[in-house]
Design a protein around this ligand. Structure first.
Ligand SMILES: *Cc1c(COP(=O)(O)O)cnc(C)c1O
Length: 204
């Protein structure tokens, strides 16, 4: 699946992609998502792909189709709570830290295991864990990027076997952006998040 990342792009640009038939769009900031969503057709599926603060979940819980960036139990709980208030189940991905940079969010594999065996997580009935998400190191070194994607794929397999063997829902690996999506697909990505190659470079 292609998530068209429309951050910092106007609704007119999104409408061009929509009219060409695309329906799945990604944003990385709550405020921007909340501003755009009511201006655009109701059959767009909105994916939150950026770091999310617990206190902002309430603004998107009523309509968001997937949250890719769950990086703490606290956030999972907040999403569950707000989903419950909206009488819905929100599909989420758990973000795994695969990059070298300290700045990228996400669980280590051991933290992921601790989360997945925890009782607290099993109480959350209004989130559905559909898979894992990761961001590779920002580098020209495509060998490194490939090995990070491969690692995420391996973590996915281990987690699937250990905790989701009987689940049809746990099947997404969200990895790959404009600069590295081809490698990500080769390494098993099921969802690429691409902005620049669709909408052109962003100006800040
Ligand atoms: C911006 C962004 C993307 C897309 O980046 P491009 O390089 O423009 O394709 C993908 N994932 C996340 C989390 C982003 O913030």
């Amino acid at each position: 699946m292609i998530i068209a990342v429309s951050k910092r792009k106007p609704v007119d640009d999104i409408m061009v992609a929509y009219e060409a038939g695309h329906r799945v769009f990604g944003e990385n900031r709550v405020q921007e998502l909340v501003e755009k969503q009511p201006l655009l057709p109701g059959d767009i599926q909105w994916h939150m792909i950026g770091h999310l603060q617990t206190n902002k979940v309430k603004y998107i819980a009523g309509f968001v189709d997937m949250i890719h960036s769950v990086d703490s139990l606290k956030l999972a709980r907040a999403i569950d709570q707000e989903a419950h208030k909206n009488d819905r189940v929100i599909p989420v991905l758990l973000q795994v830290h695969i990059a070298e940079e300290e700045s990228k969010f996400g669980f280590s594999e051991s933290a992921l295991n601790s989360l997945l065996i925890s009782k607290e997580l099993s109480f959350l009935q209004n989130i559905r864990i559909d898979g894992l998400m990761g961001m590779a190191t920002f580098t020209e070194d495509m060998k490194k990027v490939r090995s990070e994607f491969r690692y995420l794929r391996e973590v996915f397999s281990r987690v699937k076997n250990a905790y989701f063997a009987g689940s049809d829902n746990f099947r997404q690996i969200s990895m790959g952006m404009s600069g590295d999506y081809a490698i990500a697909i080769e390494e098993g990505s099921t969802m690429i998040r691409v902005g620049t190659v669709i909408f052109g470079a962003r100006t800040y």
